[in-house]
Write a protein that binds this ligand. Structure first.
Ligand code: NZQ
Ligand code: ZN
Length: 378
């Protein structure tokens, strides 16, 4: 196991009817800005619960944070915050709302161009405190310090991390997820699955605890994910999917083990250039990345095949292939497409994506490998 340090300061408040607990978590006297997305919270009762819990607080709202939150929109919230002297941000929605709010929090007192926080990883010296009410299990943003932001003007989708943008608390009420459209349920399960994979399907690191953690999260996603589609109002199912997604990217399973975020980084380009949902890109890209980087992923694919999918027969090569196929079949069983052509894209999209890797460079995957991975996925 490699050396590591691990910090996770996020308080999780999990369960039915927990939005009411907001009242005790926000400092008294705070001026609160509630941030949200395109309006789902106003249709499913979440907004009303938040409103009731904010009785007695001085608060205002900022809606319209898009899926794949836009830098340009976040900067409008920054202006509002400065004008209104807001002191606390409450993000209510999916990963995009939480991520956008993290950028907003970091940008308010940033000296210089806030885009540098993302594009140049300029250090963040201070951030407004954030609370989250999560309505979509997927990204893990509710328990990490990461944020992924899209700049519409340049079609760039990039991320930043800072210990200062961890939420102070995140409220996870699985009942808020009942209203999710099936496509978002599937996206979320795929996303959580791939978060585990990026931290697990890598050269073995003599880290059995992290391996077993990773495998148990995968198994829960495989067992419970499809039930979230077939029995959408089953509380236990929703609760298990939600907790699994949080555990998939709160830093724990990645302690001391190699990580390779190639699938995500290629996926972000597909979203930035062609508008695919985050989860959709991952289901397309990952089988290609695994086959392209087969040598370094081989041992763990074999292990996942055996422990997660029960693949024990055949030569190792065949078992690795079967493990990759089983993963793709799982994504398809959720209704998520896994080929570029299924999204109306053809091989002409490969070069612009590869070029971005050629220009920026990447720790794990070269532009040629990106070409090879995507060629397999048309
Ligand atoms: O905008 P509203 O109206 O709220 O609707 C949203 C949106 O249209 C809807 N939705 C959310 N909760 C709902 C609901 N609809 C009905 N009922 C509910 N309970 O779902 C749509 C998608 O929402 P979004 O927040 O975009 O989805 P998700 O949570 O999957 O977030 C995706 C974003 O997170 C980033 C992705 O790149 C993408 O930008 N990621 C963030 C990470 C992180 N911070 O650690 C890691 C991930 O790898 C990922 O990159
Ligand atoms: Zn993801």
């Amino acid at each position: 196991m490699e050396n590591f340090s691990y910090l996770n300061p996020v308080k999780i408040i999990f369960g039915r009817q927990t939005i009411a607990k907001l009242t005790n978590e926000i400092p008294s006297g705070a001026k609160v800005l509630v941030t949200y997305g395109g309006g789902s919270i106003k249709k499913n009762g979440v907004y009303e619960q938040v409103k009731a819990s904010l009785t007695g607080f001085d608060w205002l709202e900022f809606g319209g944070i898009e899926p794949n939150p836009r830098y340009e929109t976040c900067m409008k919230a920054v202006e509002l915050i400065r004008k209104e002297k807001v002191t606390f941000l409450l993000a209510v929605g999916g990963g995009s709302v939480a991520d956008g709010t993290k950028l907003i929090a970091a940008a308010v007192n940033f000296e210089g161009n806030p885009w540098d926080i993302i594009a140049r990883h300029a250090p963040v010296a201070s951030a407004l405190p954030i609370g989250v009410v999560l309505t979509l299990p997927a990204t893990g943003t509710e328990m990490n310090g990461n944020s992924v932001i899209t700049r519409a003007a340049t079609q760039e989708k990039l991320s930043f991390s800072s210990p200062l943008v961890y939420p102070k608390f995140s409220i996870l009420d699985p009942e808020t997820t009942y209203s999710l459209p099936p496509r978002q349920v599937s996206n979320g399960v795929v996303d959580a699955f791939v978060h585990v994979a990026e931290q697990y399907i890598n050269p073995p690191a003599s880290a059995p605890l992290q391996d077993y953690y990773a495998e148990s999260i995968l198994k829960v996603l495989i067992e419970e994910g499809p039930k979230a589609l077939s029995a959408p109002n089953d509380y236990s199912v929703r609760a298990n999917v939600m907790w699994a997604a949080t555990m998939a990217l709160n830093g724990l399973i990645g302690c001391g083990v190699p990580q390779d975020w190639s699938t995500h980084d290629i996926g972000h380009e597909l979203t930035a250039l062609h508008g695919l949902d985050h989860g959709q890109t991952l289901a397309v890209v990952m089988p290609g990345v695994w086959r392209t980087l087969r040598a370094q992923k081989f041992e763990k694919l074999l292990q996942m095949g055996k422990r997660v999918f029960g693949i024990t027969n055949g030569a190792p090569e065949a078992r690795v292939e079967a493990a990759i196929d089983a993963t793709e079949n799982f994504f398809r069983s959720l209704g998520t497409k896994t080929r570029l052509s299924e999204y109306g894209l053809d091989a002409s999209i490969i070069e612009p994506v590869a070029q971005r890797f050629a220009v920026r460079g990447h720790a794990f995957i070269t532009a040629d490998m990106v070409r090879e991975a995507l060629r397999q996925r048309v």
